[in-house]
Design a binder for this molecule. Structure first.
Ligand code: 9MR
Length: 746
């Protein structure tokens, strides 16, 4: 795969003499030691060191680590040529200490060569007395180029690291990863709406119905009833019952649901949490901003230097070349949001994310339950707050300005198209603050998909910003028209699926949906016949665009269809458009009813996709839109209920939103919210959505823990798991839109 790479280790300096042969000691029946000389009794061979001064001290290896380095891997000790066997379980253990106390070591077992994948890594904080650390993992590959290393860089001040008894024992019994799923009564750990649906899932061996009690914060039973046995749930493999306590409608805090001898995690009945979540989910974007210092007074604990403005060691986005030989101009592509946990900026994903934020605002203007003031000026604590422009528009503008900068200038080949993406030439390691990224940034070739993302979002922006900034609205519309014309002239320029070094590929060889979406936005803004004609003649106009995986950065037709249904226009056959949304919603309603965990997501073969949590939410957006279109409460209730899965009513009993719910995802993969790796850095801000279960578990860490996982269980809250636990701008947009909808129903 083409994703995260552990940092490059500089060439090892071998301590002492040349490498000896590979003596393997039998430590037990089938347990085989892979580390040579882990005891450091007489020599440091065959360990290497990099940018430390190492010596043997009292039978251990000690290293004086210089201060002033940036990354963990800037100073290290390690041993190469370790053989790892796919499917074999290893126990990695060592004893380590640090003086002064409080420094952390990144202890890894991984590949010694590019792409530097790690299969086990931990970053314990050390004390002076020392401690023993032990971790068990299963190797996902065969390799003779394994490495054990202790990365100790990244400290401003010098310190001393000592290590002893390093062992990598192969053939130990596999330690089956058992997630701690807490009480078997699974609820929305945040809040149910007083007048909304209230459902829970009970994991139990019982086949017959069981009694349940709803208890208030004082422990008094305020409602009771019987569960409904649902058999074995395919999405989790568990035998489950469902519980419906929707008849209880009194607001309050600290309720629990009790059944089968277990009490759920606590929850509220009320709408306040959703009003806060709406704000937090949108506030997420400010700390994703590139090209601007993040003010600590606006986001306490999250202040940081401006990223990619060209202050050394960073090379900046102020004048970015194409990859060698691909163009001879440079562009200022500063600004925008970082895509996810990486420092890349991608027009396709930026497009759908900006659209969904703008649509959150546009819905608030158009839907009967919308409240435009809820994301209005002064609500999000932005640098722009107080400028009389709704804050959500200020935030989206940060991305839109960047998207416009990605358009190929006049006079150049492919003028009017948009570059697909801009990111580092090579993958970087974690943690790495945006301002510290030393990599060369590069523009990647224009694509039709990126061009149409620009056309769609700039056209939508033109109608939404017109009341606030006519000049910007006009500029956006003209860029959108130009992009549209360029896309028509170059309708099949696709991103290279192999272009995944230093950033994601975001490749997509079907752009009929992007054409449809862009035409829809251009039509809704201008009313012009040529765009209407494209909409009406597009195969996407009558296609079923509401599939099980919902809409996404690569499946954008639904974005056009939903807007055609919601935004007033004279489009011939608009009633059919609205009916098609309702038909899509009916299918999500059926999926939700079939799922004992009550989410509108029933992927083919129970295969959870990358970013499944946002797919659940986007399917809920279709339900919510069906409610906006019809006023039928069954769609509103289903949309509201979808939030339960996200906030804890799931097999793992975890809320996928940081800061929401008693147990919530906190270690999302990110280079700057890397608290798990560096205690000085923050966790992701409250209101950050984790990607969620992903059956393909592409990252080595998830592979070492989750082999054979069933559906919902293919998730782990660890910063290394970039395929199940990243944060991303398109995912949070789905959260923002749904949080806003639910808040509006309160
Ligand atoms: O969300 C994207 C997912 O749909 C793709 O399958 C995957 C592989 O191309 O990439 C995901 O997007 C990542 C992107 O490539 C790089 N930045 C982080 C994104 C979220 O993981």
């Amino acid at each position: 795969m083409k994703r995260r790479r552990t940092a490059l280790l500089s060439l090892a300096t071998l301590l002492g003499a040349a490498l000896t042969a590979l003596p393997v000691q039998n430590a037990g029946a089938d347990e085989v030691e892979q580390v040579r000389n882990g005891g450091f009794d007489t020599t440091a061979d065959p360990w290497w060191t990099s940018n430390v001064t190492a010596s043997l001290t009292a039978g251990q290896l000690c290293a004086d680590v210089p201060g002033g380095t940036v990354n963990r891997w800037d100073s290290a000790i390690g041993q190469n040529d370790i053989t790892l066997v796919k499917g074999t379980t290893y126990r990695f253990s060592f004893r380590a200490s640090g003086v002064p106390e409080g420094h952390a070591v990144r202890a890894i077992v991984g590949l010694a060569v590019s792409p530097y994948d790690t299969w086990q890594e931990a970053t314990p904080v050390l004390d002076a007395a020392g401690d023993t650390y032990s971790y068990t993992f299963t190797s996902p590959i065969d390799s003779a180029q394994g490495q054990v290393a202790f990365q100790v860089g990244g400290s401003a001040d010098p310190w001393r690291f000592c290590v002893d008894d390093v062992s990598l024992l192969g053939g130990v019994p596999p330690q089956v990863y058992e997630p701690d799923t807490g009480p078997r009564v699974r609820v929305n750990q945040v809040a149910y709406l007083p007048a909304g649906p209230k459902n829970a899932t009970l994991v139990t061996d019982a086949v017959a119905k069981l009694p349940w009690q709803l208890k208030n914060s004082a422990g008094a039973t305020v409602a009771h009833g019987w569960s409904v046995p649902r058999g074995v749930d395919a999405s989790s493999g568990q035998n489950v019952h469902t519980i419906d306590f929707g008849a209880y409608r009194k607001p309050g805090a600290g309720f629990t649901l009790v059944a089968d001898g277990e009490a759920s995690r606590p929850f509220d009945i009320g709408a306040a949490a959703y009003r806060q979540l709406r704000l937090d989910a949108v506030k997420y974007y400010y700390t994703q901003r590139s090209g601007i210092a993040i003010r600590d007074d606006l986001r306490p604990g999250y202040g940081r230097a401006a990223g990619h403005v060209g202050v050394a060691p960073n090379q900046g986005d102020t004048s970015v070349p194409c990859r060698p030989g691909e163009c001879d101009y440079r562009l200022d592509v500063t600004g925008g949001w970082y895509d996810a946990g990486d420092h890349g900026k991608y027009v396709v994903n930026g497009g759908i994310a900006a659209w969904e934020l703008l649509s959150t605002y546009e819905r608030s203007l158009l839907a009967r339950t919308g409240h435009p003031a809820s994301l209005g000026d002064g609500t999000l604590a932005l640098p722009e707050s107080g400028n009389r422009v709704p804050d959500v528009l200020d935030e989206a503008r940060w991305e839109l300005d960047f998207l416009l900068k990605m358009q190929v200038p006049d006079g150049q080949p492919l003028a009017g198209m948009a570059h697909h993406k801009i990111h580092d030439a090579q993958w970087t390691g974690l943690p790495l603050l945006p301002a510290d990224d030393p990599q060369q940034r590069e523009l990647h070739p224009p694509t039709t998909a990126a061009t149409l993302n620009l056309a769609a979002t700039a056209a939508q922006a033109a109608r939404l910003y017109r009341p606030y900034d006519k000049a910007f609205a006009a500029k956006a519309l003209s860029a959108a028209r130009k992009a549209w014309t360029a896309a028509l002239a170059h309708p099949a320029v696709y991103a290279d699926p192999a272009d995944g070094t230093g950033g994601g590929a975001y490749n997509d060889n079907d752009v009929t949906d992007e054409f449809y979406w862009a035409a829809a936005e251009l039509y809704l803004t201008t009313g012009e016949k040529r765009y209407a004609d494209h909409v009406l003649n597009s195969p996407q106009h009558t296609a079923d665009v509401f599939g099980p995986y919902g809409f996404d950065w690569s499946r954008t037709a639904a974005a056009g269809r939903l807007d055609l249904a919601l935004v007033p226009s004279k489009l011939p056959g608009r009633d059919q458009v609205r009916r098609s949304v309702v038909r899509g919603a009916d299918r999500y309603l059926a999926a939700l009813a079939s799922q004992p965990y009550g989410m509108p997501y029933a992927p083919d073969g129970n295969r959870y996709d990358w970013g499944s949590s946002h797919q659940v939410l986007n399917n809920a957006v279709v339900l919510a839109t069906a409610y906006d279109v019809t006023g039928a409460s069954k769609y509103r209730d289903a949309a509201v209920q979808s939030m339960d899965y996200i906030l804890g009513r799931n097999a793992l009993n975890i809320s996928y939103v940081t800061g929401y719910g008693e147990v919530n995802a906190q270690h999302e993969h990110s280079r700057w919210y890397a608290h798990q790796l560096d205690p000085k850095l923050p966790s992701p801000p409250a209101g950050t959505l984790a990607g969620g279960a992903n059956s393909s578990i592409q990252d080595p860490y998830a592979q070492s823990k989750l082999q054979g996982c069933v559906g919902q269980f293919c998730y782990i809250d660890d910063i290394q798991s970039w395929s199940t636990n990243e944060t991303a701008i398109n995912w949070n947009a789905a959260l923002a839109r749904m949080a806003s909808f639910v808040a509006d129903q309160g």
